[in-house]
Design a protein around this ligand. Sequence first.
Ligand SMILES: Nc1ncnc2c1ncn2[C@@H]1O[C@H](COP(=O)(O)OP(=O)(O)OP(=O)(O)O)[C@@H](O)[C@H]1O
Length: 246
Amino acid sequence: MSTLLEVSGVSVSFDGFKAINNLSFQIADRELRAVIGPNGAGKTTFMDIITGKTKPDEGRVIYGDKSVSLLKMSESKIAQAGVGRKFQRPTVFEDQSVFDNLMMALKKTRGPLAVLFFKQTQEDSDKVADLAEQIGLSGALHRKSGELSHGQKQWLEIGMLLAQDPRLLLVDEPAAGMTPAEREHTTDILREAAKTRAVVVVEHDMEFVRRLNCKVTVLHEGSVLAEGSLDHVTKNEQVIEVYLGR
Ligand SMILES: Nc1ncnc2c1ncn2[C@@H]1O[C@H](COP(=O)(O)OP(=O)(O)OP(=O)(O)O)[C@@H](O)[C@H]1O
């Protein structure tokens, strides 16, 4: 598999404090990766750098077939280039149905004019039905989103991101606040999504990470401390000391 994103030698300081310190990271097309690390390890800042919210002081972030530098691009250009991000709190339109939320997300892929002059085709309705199926909300398509459970709202938001067909999807702590059954379903959605795109999941919950069954990157003090299978990294003495031993 070819490399989709390559972060190399990236550092960023806030008021002299190095939140990210010479960080290097690679992810392939259609790879699922979990990123773990103790509080303050730099996980959020790492995602902020990829999405263009934070510009690093040094290093390179190269993306896609044409190896473009994301550091020269604005947040919206990076999103247009196929980098999607799901934040911790769901931000669905609560007054709209699941169907309408997904349809709106589809329209967004066609730019602002398309939103104004959009004619809903059978193909679009089929696409929405497919997305609903992927996120397990086929039975709730015509329910108001505000009535959904927390887990269902998170799935809807993942569906809305998938509607935009990102090549790289960044997901921040998807399991937070979910029931065990919801967590299980969320791992299924993410594993399925990673068959057609790269997915990076930042997560604290180890059981959730185990179910993802993918390569794990451990961050600590803004750098990669260990990388490999969950069993491999959880045997690493330094990882045990800084993270699991807490
Ligand atoms: N805008 C900022 N200004 C100052 N310090 C910051 C800023 N953003 C992050 N930091 C600091 O950088 C370090 C890394 O923060 P970051 O939020 O990336 O860690 P994290 O791994 O996501 O933590 P958590 O698991 O608690 O969400 C922390 O010490 C944090 O206090």
